[in-house]
Design a protein around this ligand. Structure first.
Ligand code: AMP
Length: 183
């Protein structure tokens, strides 16, 4: 895609993200991505710019993080001729799982993935809607790294740049966010 067209489309999409102050608790500026999905034109534009980055990377699996990573994740997988694999909260996946713990603001959380969902030949794109502190995605990245795949790409629609979540990741990790907000 032409860089100028892409820039213009990203501007349009950024304006469409709805900010909800004090949700779910006071002090949080919640970035509502549902307003990017609610017309065919917007959904198509978003999927095009998301996928554009990864067309020639040989991605074989898109991994989506529950639950907002389950919206664009499968759309990207379809566009890239890749499979889709879910990462879920504990107790949801029925077959044998690997799991990874990570610290949240209040206490410890856990994510899981099916043990047989990825193979050493896979080139993986992990997708979630938003990078805040980075804890969730970093746990997903570490879990998949331990499974031993060929390469891991990391992708978000939105990044809250001031929280510096990307600093959690080693510098050589290919991490892309389409739209940056200060907070
Ligand atoms: P984190 O692990 O801190 O990077 O948090 C990322 C997860 O929390 C993502 O799956 C987001 O959906 C959600 N999240 C965190 N902060 C926000 C926010 N300000 N607006 C919308 N979603 C958020």
């Amino acid at each position: 895609m032409d860089d100028k067209i892409k820039e213009k489309q990203l501007e349009i999409l950024k304006k469409r993200v709805r900010n909800i102050p004090d949700f779910p608790i006071p002090g949080i500026q919640f970035k509502d991505v549902t307003t990017l999905f609610d017309t065919g034109e917007s959904l198509k534009m978003l999927s095009k710019v998301l996928v554009d980055e990864y067309r020639n990377k040989g991605i074989t699996k898109v991994v989506g993080i529950e639950s907002r990573g389950f919206i664009m994740g499968p759309i990207m997988a379809l566009e890239l001729n890749a499979g889709f694999v879910p990462i879920r909260k504990p107790g949801k996946l029925p077959a044998d799982v690997f799991e990874e713990e990570y610290e949240k603001e209040y206490g410890i959380d856990k994510i899981q993935i099916h043990k047989d969902s990825l193979s050493p030949d896979d080139i993986v794109l992990i997708h979630d809607d938003l990078l805040a502190t980075g804890g969730t995605m970093f746990a997903a990245y570490n879990m998949i790294k331990k499974m031993g795949v060929r390469k891991i790409y990391v992708n978000f629609i939105i990044e809250l740049a001031e929280l510096e979540g990307r600093k959690l990741f080693p510098e050589n990790v290919d991490l892309t966010a389409l739209i940056a907000f200060d907070l």
